[in-house]
Design a protein around this ligand. Structure first.
Ligand code: FES
Length: 152
């Protein structure tokens, strides 16, 4: 066990007792109470746990927390909040792009990262970017609509 600091949503935090085996997702959910990122596969394959590390979308379930100490971590909670939604969050609400909602964290974080880099991506770019984020309900039509709305 060692004591390190993480910058999460613009705030420096130093939770005690983070072992070398602790993943970034465990740190965020279990130690910091940030439940935006979800546990899906735990293998880096479904996208439910997506966060930003230095502005780049990344799979928190396979990143050792120690490996990103001192880096800027952004979670869904840091993107926006009720009454002050990020444009992508607002577009997902406007498009009613949720069924069970479990994938939404990853979809929103991945789409927001894309639009931060490419404000007006092509349809193919949007599809390619979200191709690694799984939605079991089949809400893809509404999700794509939401990203298009946010890209305008
Ligand atoms: Fe991390 Fe599936 S839970 S990619």
């Amino acid at each position: 066990m060692s004591r390190l600091a993480w910058n999460v949503n613009g705030r420096d935090v130093e939770p005690p007792g983070i072992s070398r085996e602790t993943t970034l997702l465990q740190l965020l959910r279990n130690d910091l109470g940030l439940n935006g990122p979800k546990y899906g596969c735990g293998l880096g394959q479904c996208g439910a746990c997506t966060v930003w590390v230095d502005g780049i979308a990344a799979r928190a379930c396979v990143i050792p927390a120690h490996g990103v100490a001192g880096r800027a971590i952004t979670t869904l909670e840091g993107l926006g909040s009720r009454g002050d939604w990020h444009p992508v969050q607002q577009a997902f609400e406007d498009a009613q792009a949720a069924q069970c909602g479990y994938c939404l964290n990853g979809m929103v974080m991945q789409a927001a990262a894309l639009l931060a880099r490419e404000p007006r991506p092509s349809e193919q770019r949007i599809r390619d970017e979200l191709s690694g984020n799984l939605c079991r309900c089949g809400t893809h039509v509404e999700i794509l609509d939401a990203v298009r709305r946010a890209a305008v």
